[in-house]
Write a protein that binds this ligand. Structure first.
Ligand SMILES: Cc1cc2nc3c(=O)[nH]c(=O)nc-3n(C[C@H](O)[C@H](O)[C@H](O)COP(=O)(O)O)c2cc1C
Length: 465
């Protein structure tokens, strides 16, 4: 009998006071808006996730304040929406030190930080975690971030992906070709630690970057960390199909997510890639109680805490739509998709990806409350049923789990729902050994597989695939 496909689970988070739980700092059990700056908070968090056999923490990141809604930073600052925000890379080694299997996907934008330093950062993290690192490659969407890095405004949406493409070439060269295997010889008789004939400059000169090399770090367990990507525009999907091993797609319905899954996998095949070497994950929003009534009460209570302004601020920054600009007369107009230089996925979810054509007032209403259609609410069995349905209908390989009251909602999920998913054979009971790449993929190589474009930069490195 064929074994059942098992889902990956990541905790979706940010080293910020608030992430997607708009207004939930007001909940008496919220520990995150104080804890996010304490190492002990993240240490306990890592232990909790490993207890729940989570594959990874997925750390989102942005490099500025959301300031599109009302053309102001105030609404996001007011509720601590993704602000203040610390550098998540710095908590990862501490979390890795108290876990053995939990992995870490960390978001870095290719638009602002140059590739040379970023490659060293990920090699360092891959060494310190013993191969439990992924890089979530994004191109960013906040105008304030652009101005923080010396630009006047956002670089055009599609051009950001062209920059990202070259950025990847530079980093593959650093990770895959700069150091040959066995460059560290440690020959004490000859007095040679490193064989310089096996360490190479990369001498990259392209349209956007110029990097001499060599890479400052020696090869780490995975060399190239597992490549994640998040972004569902045309350009984003083409980029994902070429480079990504795990793809985080946003979409409001299982049907739309399935469309993205199928589209990305067929585009990947056009690049000569085996679709089995790509995992696609989507959001998972759940509210679980010991009984249906308890879960429904939680939903009502959570709705009271929800900050509509913070949600509108997030939507504004991510999409480029300022929903405060719609006049009373425009409320019954169709809410339509328009291309902006911000990201496309948030706008798509309320326009062309929505289950029906929404009016302006309906789209705005979805930001003003917890959107029930996006939540699985119920007792543990009901929630497990909902997750199973979403998993099977959408064709994804797993989920980024959102949580509103942190860490309480994750604790409940792990205690109440995870055992049911395990009993149903939908979720692992034990971790696989090895690096993140070996844990995730049946090719079981710690290195990029041979069909990945990064592997063609390899010199004498032998992949096990
Ligand atoms: C599910 C999802 C999560 C994302 N998370 C982030 C993030 O944490 N930080 C960020 O700068 N961009 C994030 N992005 C957007 C990327 O920056 C993306 O490269 C850019 O906005 C363009 O997205 P698009 O291809 O959908 O237009 C995310 C996108 C999606 C679909």
């Amino acid at each position: 009998m064929a074994t059942k496909k098992q889902m990956m689970l990541n905790a979706f988070d940010m080293t910020s006071s608030m992430h997607n739980s708009h207004g939930f700092w007001k909940h008496p059990d919220s520990k995150r808006h104080r804890g996010y700056k304490d190492l002990e908070y993240w240490i306990q968090y890592a232990k909790l996730l490993e207890k729940g056999k989570f594959d990874a923490v997925f750390f989102a990141d942005v490099l500025g304040v959301y300031d599109t809604f009302r053309q102001s930073k105030e609404p996001s600052i007011h509720d601590g929406m993704q602000f203040p925000l610390n550098d998540g890379a710095l908590v990862i080694p501490a979390m890795a030190a108290v876990t053995k299997h939990l992995s870490f996907a960390f978001t870095v934008s290719t638009t602002y930080e140059p590739p040379f330093g970023n490659a060293r950062r990920f090699s360092t993290l891959d060494h310190l975690t013993n191969g439990r690192i992924a890089w979530n490659v994004v191109t960013s969407y906040l105008p304030n971030a652009a101005r923080n890095f010396g630009l006047e405004g956002l670089i055009k949406h599609d051009q950001r992906y062209e920059i990202a493409d070259e950025y990847m070439d530079v980093t593959y060269k650093l990770w895959e070709s700069s150091w040959e295997e066995n460059a560290v010889i440690e020959d004490s008789k000859a007095g040679i630690l490193l064989d310089s004939s096996k360490i190479h400059e990369i001498n990259h000169k392209g349209a956007f970057f110029s990097v001499e090399g060599p890479h400052l770090s020696e090869p780490s367990p995975q060399r190239t960390p597992v490549i994640y990507q998040a972004g569902v525009s045309e350009k984003g999907r083409a980029f994902a199909a070429k480079h990504a091993e795990c793809i985080f797609v946003g979409g409001p319905t299982p049907e739309r997510i399935r469309y993205y899954v199928d589209d990305i996998k067929s585009k990947a095949m056009e690049y000569g890639r085996n679709p089995e070497h790509i995992k696609v994950i989507s959001f998972l929003n759940i509210i679980v109680g010991k009984t249906t009534e308890e879960a429904e009460e939680k939903f009502v209570e959570y709705n009271r805490l929800w900050s509509a302004d913070a949600a509108k601020a997030q939507f504004g920054g991510a999409s480029g739509y300022d929903v405060a600009e719609y006049t009373e007369e425009q409320q019954d107009d169709d809410f339509t998709f328009k291309e902006t230089d911000h990201g496309h996925y948030k706008a798509a979810s309320l326009t062309k990806d929505a289950e029906k054509q929404l009016k302006v007032r309906e789209a705005i209403a979805r930001l003003e409350k917890l959107d029930r259609g996006q939540y699985i609410v119920g007792n543990p069995e009901q929630v497990a049923d909902g997750i199973q349905k979403q998993f099977e209908q959408s064709g994804v390989d797993g989920f980024n789990v959102n949580h509103l009251v942190t860490p309480g909602d994750l604790e409940d999920f792990i205690e109440l729902v995870v055992p049911i998913l395990q009993e149903r054979g939908l979720y692992k009971k034990e971790y696989r050994d090895g690096t993140l790449r070996e844990k995730l993929f049946d090719h079981r190589s710690c290195l990029l597989p041979d069909d990945h474009p990064g592997s063609r930069y390899r010199k004498s490195v032998s992949a096990k695939v």
